[in-house]
Design a protein around this ligand. Structure first.
Ligand code: MD6
Ligand code: FE
Length: 222
């Protein structure tokens, strides 16, 4: 679809000049295109992290294999297995500490948090999610972090996806938020424990990343 692709490039060029903030709640927002100027520096860092800690499909405590592939970098990484969800300092697959968080990752996370009104954010964990077409993330709350005072910063790269953002109860009907390459979602404060998920990824081919979506979520976990 060449015409579509051209339209995407124009939209990207515009956002690179002037990222836009869209509120999703009292303390949650999407920063449209905020990560675009960082992408060139993010990708080499990402490749290095994935060499040391490749994506793996984890099993939930309920015995389901996740459709999303996961990795982590930083002092702490997120893991799930039959024993439950938790943060660990060591990658259980390699027996080594998680790879260090690349400097460009940390800078982007701090800048986005500040832009969203959360100055002083110092992430110690970055969870990396890998979606291929069909992969999804069911509604969940992020509540394995020690202190909910810090926000979460979530960077979307590659294929577009539909993010679902619900309320404090699973039963609340979620909003549907389309996320594109370069968008950053930040949420904290009263919105920190809202249910959220990602609808099954549609087929497609991203010019930089190919047939996949990669999501980086930064947290203060420990
Ligand atoms: C994703 N994101 O976008 C999954 N969690 O692939 C999350 O689970 C998430 O985007 C907390 C805050 C922002 C997020
Ligand atoms: Fe989450």
């Amino acid at each position: 679809m060449p015409s579509n692709h051209t339209a995407d490039l124009f939209a990207e060029a515009e956002l690179r000049q002037a990222p836009r903030t869209e509120p999703l709640g009292p303390q949650a927002c999407v920063l449209r295109g905020f990560a675009l100027p960082w992408v060139e520096r993010l990708l080499p860092g990402l490749r290095g992290v994935l060499r040391a800690a490749p994506f793996r499909q984890m099993v939930t405590p309920g015995g389901f294999t996740m459709s999303v592939g996961l990795s982590s970098c930083g002092q702490l990484g997120w893991t799930t297995d039959r024993d439950g969800y938790r943060y660990t300092a060591v990658d259980p697959q390699s027996g080594q500490p998680w790879p260090a968080m690349p400097e460009a990752f940390r800078e982007l996370a701090r800048a986005a948090a500040t832009q969203a009104g959360f100055a002083g954010f110092e992430p110690d964990a970055c969870l990396i999610n890998h979606y291929v077409p069909g992969a999804r993330m069911s509604l969940h709350q992020d509540k394995d972090e020690r202190d909910y005072g810090a926000p979460i910063v979530s960077v979307s790269l590659g294929l577009p996806a539909v993010f679902q953002l619900g309320g404090q109860q699973r039963s609340e009907r979620p909003l549907r938020v389309p996320l594109q390459h370069g968008d950053v979602v930040v949420w904290g404060g009263v919105d920190r424990l809202r249910y959220h998920g990602v609808l099954p990824l549609k087929d497609g081919m991203h010019p930089l990343l190919g047939p996949r979506r990669i999501n980086l979520t930064f947290r203060q976990a420990g």
